[in-house]
Ligand binder design. Sequence first.
Ligand code: MLT
Ligand code: MN
Ligand code: ZN
Length: 301
Amino acid sequence: MGRLTAIVLGAAGGGGYPQWNCRCAVCRLAWAGDRRAKPRTQASLGVSADGENWILLNATPDLRAQLMATPALQPRTALRGSPIAAVVLTGAEVDQIGGLLALRERQALTVFATADTIAVLDANPIFGVLAADVVERKVVACDEVFSLPGGVIAELFAVPGKIALYLEDQNPPLAAETGANVGVEIVCGSRRLAYVPGAAAVTAALRERLARADVVLFDATLFADDEMITTGTGDKTGRRMGHMPLDGQDGTLAALGSLPGRRILTHINNTNPILIEGSTERRKVEAAGFEVAEDGMEIVL
Ligand code: MLT
Ligand code: MN
Ligand code: ZN
């Protein structure tokens, strides 16, 4: 059995870093090319156990740039072909499914997701560009073990969260545990990786699952719950967006601080000061034992 390799294709939240229309204090540094503030594309992870078959965890609108930056995902031998054998989706947000459109051209692959997420694809004819005779959509239930190409097995698990922003009505439940927002557990021999790019809360069951992983990549959308409001960039709290903050009593640092495995923060919103190397907030998460993901980061288990 090969070693499990994961490549952070993107580590930013929806919109990327810097965000195309933003000059908040954190984005300004990136626009200015400040070396403390590395740009990041939208959150996605590539994983492989054999180095031949790669699985994408989410397909973001930045997928093409991510492929250009990642030789492992580029076509190799055949005239037409791709090492990308499957895509696993954790929800139907734009930053989770938008990149599927970049995978047209009649390339065989399998899309794995919950019934909730597959239903969103099925309801939108634009995803028909992934021709049904070559791209299979496989519904997977939460907590059901399934096999992925290249010798890995996986499970999806419900994570408190909400439906996609563009599907919301006035008062969407913000921390529902449904198939609309899930995490992925990847298992290769005795090695386990958990990928949770969006979480509104950490329940006891979720914590237990994360505690058995060698490495956890977890939602780090905002540092402070009211960050969008205090920076004047928006009127929603993180919790209203279905994302728990890093800081504070019920934040991620407190909830996952004592996990035994490696903890890597991803899906980082452009306003989050942990994006700036050396910032007070960055030092705080590092002191708590968390790493901050960046594009191209490689994790070998
Ligand atoms: C989120 O994680 O809340 C989404 O990325 C929102 C969005 O796509 O705008
Ligand atoms: Mn997102
Ligand atoms: Zn910004």
